[in-house]
Design a protein around this ligand. Sequence first.
Ligand code: ZN
Length: 459
Amino acid sequence: MANRKSKIATGFLIFFVLAGLFLFFNIPSKRPNIILITMDALRADHLGCYGYPRNTSPNIDKFAKEATVFLNCFSTGSETPSSFVGLFTGRYLGLRGGYLLLANILDKKFTTLAEYCKDMGYFTAAFVTSPLLKIRKGFGQGFDYYYYLENGNIKEINKNLSEFLGFYKRRKPFFIWIHCMESHVPYSSDEEYFKIFRNDNLYRKNDKILDLNGNVVYKPFKSRGYIPQAAFSEGRYNLNYYIASYDAAIRYADFYIGELLKEIKDDNTMILLTADHGESLGEHNVYFHHGENIYDEVLRVPLIIKDNGYFKGGARISTAISSVDIVPTILSRINPAWYFFNKNKFDGRDLEGAATGQKDIKRDYIYSYSPSAKSIRDINKNIKYILNEDGKEEMYLLPDEYTNHIDDKSPEAIHAKKELRRSMKRWLKDYPVYADINAKEIIFNERDKEKLRALGYLR
Ligand SMILES: [Zn+2]
């Protein structure tokens, strides 16, 4: 009798321990598929769901209603390489000794999101159209299938993705990365999309002339006061024309993203939509470009996450976060036990904490990196400190990034400057270097070069 009682007690004990472990690790019944959509140079504030007055994104807005919208997500870099290294590793990585143009580079010793997913039994596929991402190296590490769509646009991505989904839907869980270029210069779209915004109220209101001399220049990463050649449309010198083109390109991409989202009817799919960085549309005297400074117009990106049962539909989160949080968020979802024991590998945090307020994502700083400058954002005090390559310092009380407070004599300003300088110094001393500046292994053919020229990367 006593023996039977103790067996029952042991049984209960085992049940409760297992149930406890289950709840503790929040083990999902079925691992979700993951789809990560990144749109190049897409500013958050040009999407309807982020408050933009033009109807640039009806499909993304509809998607956002069923998803959690992070209102203040900042990219880890202000151009493609420095932002993707953070987005794909969950770590703040830097580059020393200069800038390596035209390269998808990331030292093999770093593990990417695709590699983590692959190790966890996922089938991994990438659909990219940027020639910078042509080679399956760098942040392309870890993909089973890597589709670089030459001369491709989002329409072509959809076609390929559709075939892919038809084939892989019922197989092991997949991780798919889609990167589209519509919102990058030359802001291309169909005429029907451009017509929507040309001559609307915003178009007429904003009649500022860009450059009375009509200067157009080729200067990669220097477009201060000029229209970069890659963006230039013959005879056009009005800011409103280019902003309407940018918005039309977003609307064009939005249509195909809508089509793409219709394809994914499976509820067990976590979908994330974001951008690698933003775009300067005249702010700080920089036109239709990114990467040459580190102000919020090039750092603030959309981040919208839909994941049935995990990220609440309709939630809008204002906590300042970083795209370095994307990898931890995905990994903690697909393998909570693994993430629990490995979270220290990442600088980013699991965003479900920010979305539910249940887990602690407390932190003081968010870092960003560009070839020309580095920045620290104190998210509690809302102060941003910038250290430029030439050693020049700037300090701003956000959201104003025009009044430099670096020489303020108030005790608060002096204290803030001291703290931020110290943190910047510590970060610069410790951050791992993501690539060897001398590694020039990428070979482009004539067609690639032509496309790179069109995007403003080559003369
Ligand atoms: Zn980019």
